[in-house]
Structures are given as C-alpha cells and as structure tokens.
Design a protein around this ligand. Structure first.
Ligand SMILES: NC(=O)c1ccc[n+]([C@@H]2O[C@H](COP(=O)([O-])OP(=O)(O)OC[C@H]3O[C@@H](n4cnc5c(N)ncnc54)[C@H](O)[C@@H]3O)[C@@H](O)[C@H]2O)c1
Length: 450
C-alpha cells in the first residue's frame, strides 16, 4: 500500500516537472529532439514505453527522430527516469501508473518494452493481448519455456513482435549474410565470437542516482514475479548482476552474437552446448560469472567458439571470425574478407624421400598444378576486401524494420521465433555451465532435450 501511495505521488510529481519546464501536453517548444508536429505524416504509430531506463532513453532518441512515431505514454518504476523521459519528449506523453494502466489506455498502437529481463514475457504477452504491436528488448526471455508462450501469444493475437537485437538490421551484417550465402568463403566449419570488456560500467557496476530511495523507486513493481527480497538499490540498478532477474553475460551480451550468427548463417540452434563460467574479479555480491567460454555444435555443419570476459578488452568489445575453406570473414566495426591461400605444400615431406623420387614428384603435372613451390613466398598473398558501415545507426534501422512490419503486417527481421532461438542458446550456456555437462536442443519441440 505504501508503495502505491509513493508511486501515485511520484507520477504526479513527474507530470508537475514537465509542466514546470513549460512542456505541457500540447506544447512542442523546448523539445530536445526534432519533434515538430508540422512534419507529422498522416499515419503515425502511437507508441507507449513500458520501462524508460537507460536503453529506452537511447531508443527514444531514435524514435523521436522518426516522423513515423508519436510517443504517447510511458511507465516506469523509478521517478528519475520518468522525469528525464518527459524532458526528452517535451512533456507530451502521458505517464501511467504501470503497464496495465498504459495498456488499457485508448489510442496506443504499439509499445516498446525496455524492462529487466524477468519482466519481458509478462509485459510482452500483456501487450499482445491488449492488441498492441511490440518492440521488445533482447533477450526475448528469462527462461526457455517463456519463448514458446510468447510465440503462441504472437500467433494468437495476430500482432507484430520485433526483438531488439538491432545489429542484424545493419547493411554490414546483411552483406555478411549475402557473402556467406554466395559460397565465397567455401565450407564454413568454425565461427569464433567474443565479447570483451574491462571497466566497472562494462561489468554493470553502474553508478546509482543519488536521489534513488524507497520514495522514488517502486520496489514491488520492479520485483514482479521475482523472489521477494528486501529493498536494494544495487539489485534495482544493477539487476544484470543477479540471476533473479537476468542470465548475466550470456543472456545480456552473447544473445547479440547469437542473433547475428543465426542470421548470417541461416541457422536455427545448436544441437549441443558445453560451457564453463567463472567469477574471477567482480566480487561485488553478484551471482553471475565474469568469464564464460562455450562451444556450440550446429547440425548445419559448424561449431561456434564463444568467449566473454569482463577483465580484458584488447580484442575489441565484440567481434566475429567466420572461417571457411576458401576465406575468412571478420565482422566488427568493419566487415573484412581475406581469401585463403590456395595450394598444397608437401615440400618438407618429400625432402625426406630419396632424391630421385623427390625430383620425380615435382615432375608430375598434377603436383605442379596443386603444389605451391614455397609456402612462405612473399609474393603469395591472400586477397583482402573490406567494407565499413556508414549512415544511420543500427537501432534506427531496426526500428525502421519494425515500422515496415507494422505497416505491412508481415513479421519483422527478428520475430519471436528468431528471438526465442537466440535467447535459448545463452540459457543453454548457463545451464551447461551450472550442470558442468553438455545440454542438448530438440529442434522439433524448439526446447531443451529432456
Ligand atoms: N539492444 C541493446 O543494445 C540493449 C542495450 C542495453 C539494454 N538492452 C535491454 O534493455 C532492457 C533494459 O535494460 P536497461 O539497461 O535499460 O536497464 P535499466 O535498469 O536502465 O532500465 C530498466 C527500466 O525498467 C524499469 N522497470 C522495472 N520494472 C518495471 C516494471 N514492472 N514496469 C515498468 N518499468 C519497470 C526500471 O525502473 C528501469 O528504469 C534489458 O532487457 C536489456 O537487455 C538492450
């Protein structure tokens, strides 16, 4: 009850802040972003925000820059973020007490969901059942079975659901997919992918806003169906560190890598996963690892070697190497292609044969055609091509893909099934590490093999 009173109070205070800034419901002056009603196209998507945390503020920046959207409502469990979101939107959207109130309000076509992972399923299904199209942040799920529930809810509702692993909407990753499909890399049997960070923020030891307290944070709203615990600002603002709300590095970061790998390879899910997870350094009360290594075997005929560390960033924050018999592709800030050097080199083997036989070997036309005379010849170099992504950022492009889906009523590039599979792999990694044994995927059931 106490929480409820606080919540109502702080919503009233948030609305008052907007008004004090001269950002009333009909005002467009003072908006931080280009948000001019004069540019309004006839058919805007009225969008509500469930959760206006750090990521939602980034996404809101892009949403506000797109004339296809009108931000009309929002709810959150911390007053400071609502205040900032009102400031960012020129005070126009309505603040609702919680997602239920927002979803019951008239005139909202779609919602962005940017809440902690343990809330994703409930928020997504409630929104679909309320007839909204949904842009849901990654990872789709907090547990594997939730994925099936969301997939079914999408089907039943006939609504659109886009999952928020935005990188697959970039021309760079689309190009990577095209190159792989063309066969230029030959037979691809191995992909190495990694996430590397080395800072407190990178390890989610985020600063806590000084005004956060039981008066400004709605603890029970945050907890939802998570285990009951006493009020904790660490848990509220650093929820990724705790398995009550998140699957840690695997579900938070590897999920992006998995979305990309599945997209560029046209793959579904690995049949087997083994993994090891350790907490070596960030012993701040968290119960998730800071170092994870995993091996994923895909029935499509390749293996993924996945690694993540919060203790070194020398390899760049995120990267992929796609290794084929004819060439290798690196995906990072750039997309680079290096061809393998053709030809065989058995010189050191035949150098141990009787000399007449060695000479004869090199007179054979088949050998002449296949052997490189000297593997280390400086004139024998692999060809390299490289592309750099320019233009709009990945989130804006992913939102554009969502808009296209909403208008065409065709599911977007990362639908619920793609999101389910991308999130299932991190869940398998966590489980394999916990059980210290391989775990297996059942493709027919889209779930763990029992
Ligand atoms: N796509 C990306 O690149 C990307 C980047 C960062 C985060 N994310 C995802 O975005 C989501 C949010 O992450 P974040 O970093 O913004 O976390 P955050 O803690 O900054 O934001 C979460 C917000 O949800 C609010 N909240 C909690 N329970 C709520 C409830 N029941 N109803 C309404 N609001 C509630 C919190 O008050 C908070 O403001 C996560 O799923 C995360 O994985 C995606």
């Amino acid at each position: 009850m106490k929480d409820r009173i606080n919540r109502r109070d702080f919503i009233r205070q948030s609305a008052a802040t907007g008004a004090a800034l001269g950002l009333g419901a009909n005002s467009v002056r003072g908006a931080v972003f280009n948000y001019d009603r004069a540019n309004t196209p006839a058919e805007k998507i009225n969008i509500g925000f469930i959760g206006v945390g750090a990521r939602a503020h980034q996404v809101m920046g892009d949403v506000l820059s797109m004339p296809q959207f009108e931000v009309v409502g929002m709810c959150d469990a911390y007053k400071g973020r609502l205040d900032r979101a009102l400031e960012r939107t020129g005070g126009r959207p309505k603040v609702y007490r919680d997602h239920r109130e927002l979803l019951a309000a008239p005139g909202i076509d779609a919602v962005y969901i940017g809440t902690p992972d343990h809330w994703h399923k409930d928020h997504a299904i409630a929104a679909l059942e309320a007839g909204k199209d949904v842009y849901l942040e990654k990872p789709l799920t907090y547990t594997i079975p939730e994925g099936i529930e969301i997939i079914n809810a999408v089907k039943k509702s006939g609504k659109i659901l886009q999952v928020g692993s935005q990188n697959i909407s970039t021309p760079l990753q689309q190009k990577a997919r095209e190159i792989i499909a063309s066969g230029r890399l030959g037979q691809i049997t191995m992909i190495r992918a990694s996430v590397n960070r080395n800072s407190p923020g990178g390890a989610w030891h985020y600063p806590i806003p000084p005004d956060a307290s039981e008066q400004t944070v709605d603890w029970s709203m945050f907890l939802g169906s998570a285990p009951k615990r006493s009020f904790s600002l660490e848990r509220f603002f650093r929820w990724r560190c705790f398995s009550d709300y998140s699957g840690g590095m695997a579900t938070d970061l590897f999920v992006h890598l998995m979305t990309t790998i599945h997209y560029i390879m046209g793959a579904q899910a690995p049949e087997m996963v083994v993994a090891a997870s350790s907490l070596y350094r960030w012993k701040d009360g968290r119960d998730v690892g800071d170092t994870i290594n995993a091996i994923l075997q895909y029935p499509e005929g390749f293996t993924v070697n996945l690694s993540g560390t919060f203790n070194n960033e020398s390899g760049g924050e995120q990267g992929f190497q796609v290794l084929g018999t004819k060439g290798s592709m690196t995906i990072g800030r750039r997309l680079s292609l290096v061809s393998e050097v053709d030809g065989d080199d058995n010189g050191w083997i035949v150098d141990s044969w009787p000399s007449e036989l060695q000479k004869g070997y090199y007179r054979d036309p088949k050998v002449i055609a296949s052997e490189r005379p000297n593997r280390w010849d400086p004139n024998v170099i692999a060809e390299e091509e490289s592309w750099r992504g320019v233009g709009r950022n990945s989130t804006a492009l992913h939102l554009e893909n969502f808009v296209k889906a909403v208008k065409s009523r065709q599911q977007p590039v990362e639908d619920a099934l793609a999101g389910h599979r991308a999130a299932a792999v991190p869940h398998m990694i966590n489980l394999a590490a916990k059980l210290n044994k391989p775990v297996y995927w059942d493709r027919t059931k889209e779930s763990l093999k029992s």
